[in-house]
Design a protein around this ligand. Structure first.
Ligand code: SF4
Length: 348
């Protein structure tokens, strides 16, 4: 039997685990505090646990199961880690520092099944879901890195790394709860965002399961032909079906929804597309995040010029909703939106 990955246990289950080791329940609270507040992974350094418990934990449990294979730093300060799992797969996470924020873009799956044409992760295909513990360990590793380098704390977590988070819904929901919990990482609900490609039934499920966290939907096309050409998911659930689910989500949760919209020259970034997008956004409580394409391998997909983006923005801004443009972070290390991918599937 392998060792228990303690990050995959919620407080209740961790209490049961320490009880099985013959320890009182308050010990689980101490362990949780070491992991989620001090980002400690070494039982020897959990100084208030007592020698006997430390020995038992070393035999039966572990806090860290991921191995950092590589870390790249962009000239804009963005950092990308390649993390290896115990079964030999590799996935990535990206830490994006700005003046007053420390945002972590986490992965929810290894690879992805959704096949979006502008996204390098799609080329990996779907390998497997990350476990709850593997998701939370990304937050622990980034938090520890910040603590040890500039003493700052993680302010935002976005599920926009590898994978479709709503295909790993329960683990992502539980991770969000631990991120937010007072005895967890203590990150505010409004600073935790999950981004979906538009799995309609799962949007409804998410609204019921985790209504307090932020949801972003990758729209990426203003009509069905356009969206289907970049996101195969649109052939299963078209824009009309997606907007029905979006409206239900807004109604049920009372939250403002974010639509992500990728700008591709001559395709999604045209004046007509801007007018169509304005029509969609004007009808609902939402904001639009514009993401100029980060160049991938497909020569047919090019980022628009600055003039084209400005013209697109000008049309959108005639609407009564918020429009933001996301500046690319870490494109020189392939850390920006749509650029995460691991060429090899298994490591030794
Ligand atoms: S954009 Fe997101 S949903 Fe689409 S293939 Fe990439 S990781 Fe998957």
């Amino acid at each position: 039997m392998g060792k228990m990955h303690l990050l995959s246990l919620d407080s209740e289950a961790l209490g049961d685990f320490t009880a099985e080791l013959g320890e009182p329940r308050y010990r689980s609270r101490q362990i949780r505090e070491w992991m989620l507040r001090h980002f400690e992974t070494d039982f020897e350094r959990m100084t208030n646990l007592g020698k006997k418990l430390v020995e038992k934990l070393k035999e039966t449990a572990e806090v860290s199961i991921l191995t950092a294979k590589a870390m790249q730093v962009s000239k804009d300060g963005t950092r990308k880690w390649a993390l290896a799992t115990q079964d030999g797969h590799v996935f990535e996470m990206v830490l994006i520092p700005t003046e007053n924020r420390r945002s972590l873009c986490v992965s929810s799956q290894i690879g992805c099944a959704m096949g979006c044409t502008f996204c390098r992760t799609a080329t990996m295909g779907f390998i497997r879901n990350l476990t709850l513990g593997e998701i939370l360990e990304q937050i622990l590793l980034a938090s520890r890195f910040l603590k040890e380098t500039d003493g700052s704390r993680l302010s935002n977590v976005i599920f926009m790394g590898m994978g479709e988070p709503l295909h790993n819904l329960e683990n992502v929901a539980r991770a969000c709860e631990t991120l937010n919990a007072e005895d967890g990482f203590g990150i505010g609900k409004s600073h935790i965002t999950v981004s979906t490609s538009g799995i309609v039934p799962r949007i409804r499920e998410w609204a019921a399961r985790a209504p307090d966290f932020k949801l972003a939907i990758s729209l990426n096309g203003s009509n069905n032909d356009m969206r289907s050409s970049v996101m195969p998911v649109n052939r299963r659930w078209n824009i009309e079906a997606l907007m029905d689910a979006a409206d239900e989500y807004i109604h049920l949760t009372g939250q403002k929804l974010t639509f992500e919209y990728i700008l591709i020259q001559g395709k999604t970034c045209t004046p007509e597309a801007a007018r169509e997008l304005r029509r969609i956004a004007s009808q609902r409580n939402c904001k639009i995040n514009l993401i100029p394409l980060n160049k991938g391998e497909d020569p047919a997909l090019q980022p628009p010029s600055e003039e084209e983006i400005l013209a697109f923005e000008a049309i959108l801004k005639q609407g009564d909703f918020e429009v933001l443009r996301r500046r690319p972070r870490g494109p020189d290390i392939l850390a920006a939106c749509g650029q995460l991918a691991i060429p090899l599937k298994k490591v030794a």
